[in-house]
Design a protein around this ligand. Structure first.
Ligand code: URA
Length: 279
């Protein structure tokens, strides 16, 4: 946190409260209680493998037991979906992700599935969870404004002027924490199938999570943004083909760091150029 933050909170107690709520202080994280004072082995017995993911994990951290099986089940379900509606039902029916239990709604996608641009974010936040739609909170409003600047909208029927928006995760991680490596791994077959069914002309990744997951890279978003990359599906037998993919900053990062909007504008112009070249 910035050094100026504590004074900011002292000056404005409402902001302090809002920060706690954002951080999940009002959330029930697990169905069974956990004794946080117990020794680690004891804590493990009381459940919640998922709680491991509250701590930052290195990208190479081994996935929790059972994740490999869950990934196989996810791949099987994803593969069986031949339409977007079937994919939505497959994701809704997948039991492997514990975050589905703390989420209010599943967030599948919004926009025009015939759009040339498929936008992929990280995971739903509180507002998205409440409405069951991606990018409808503050960062979504900024995203809509950015898209409007280049003549694109999620509500447009014309495929040339519309976008289709989804996330790597379809359920909100409690307290808006970052998705764990296991959650990303289990969601990968679904998002890859999603891309295969939509077959967009281009992919636009918002932030490091979709960029790292779908481009199989550990490089940071500030290095990767603004350059066209080649997306290739990595889940065996999931189908789908390669697509040009442009990583860019996440709008919530832009809200916190407005100086970076300049670079995002460059990315939007790159996107326009690519779309223009195929019209
Ligand atoms: N952030 C995301 O990555 N996705 C959303 O849908 C909302 C916020």
């Amino acid at each position: 946190m910035e050094s100026a933050a504590p004074q900011k909170f002292l000056d404005n107690p409402a902001l302090w409260l809002e920060w706690h709520i954002e951080a999940g202080a009002d959330e029930v994280l697990q169905e069974t209680p956990r004794n946080w004072l117990a020794a680690p082995q004891e804590a493990a017995k009381t459940g919640a493998i998922e709680s491991q993911s509250h701590k930052p994990q290195p990208p190479t951290a081994s996935l929790p037991l059972g994740t490999a099986e869950a990934c196989l089940a996810a791949a099987k379900l994803a593969r069986s979906a031949t339409t977007l509606e079937e994919l939505r039902a497959a994701i809704a029916g997948f039991e492997g992700l514990a975050i589905r239990k703390t989420a209010t709604n599943m967030v599948f996608a919004e926009g025009n599935p015939k759009a040339r641009v498929m936008i992929i974010g990280e995971a739903p936040g509180a507002e998205e969870d409440a409405q069951g739609k991606p990018f409808v909170g503050a960062s979504g409003q900024l995203l809509d404004k950015m898209l409007a600047c280049i003549g694109l909208s999620r509500w447009e029927e014309d495929p040339e002027k519309s976008v289709y928006i989804t996330n790597i995760l379809n359920w909100r991680p409690p307290g808006n924490r970052s998705p764990s490596p296991a959650e990303i791994e289990m969601s990968l077959p679904f998002i890859e199938r999603h891309i295969a069914l939509v077959q967009p002309k281009v992919l636009f990744f918002l932030g490091g999570v979709p960029t790292k997951a779908l481009l199989q890279t550990e490089e940071g978003i500030s290095k990767l943004r603004g350059k066209w990359k080649d997306y290739t599906p990595q889940t065996p037998e999931i189908g789908g083909s390669r697509h040009p993919a442009l990583p860019s900053y996440h709008p919530s990062y832009l809200l916190r760091t407005p100086i970076k909007k300049k670079e995002s504008w460059i990315d939007l112009q790159l996107l326009t150029k690519e779309l223009g070249s195929s019209m």
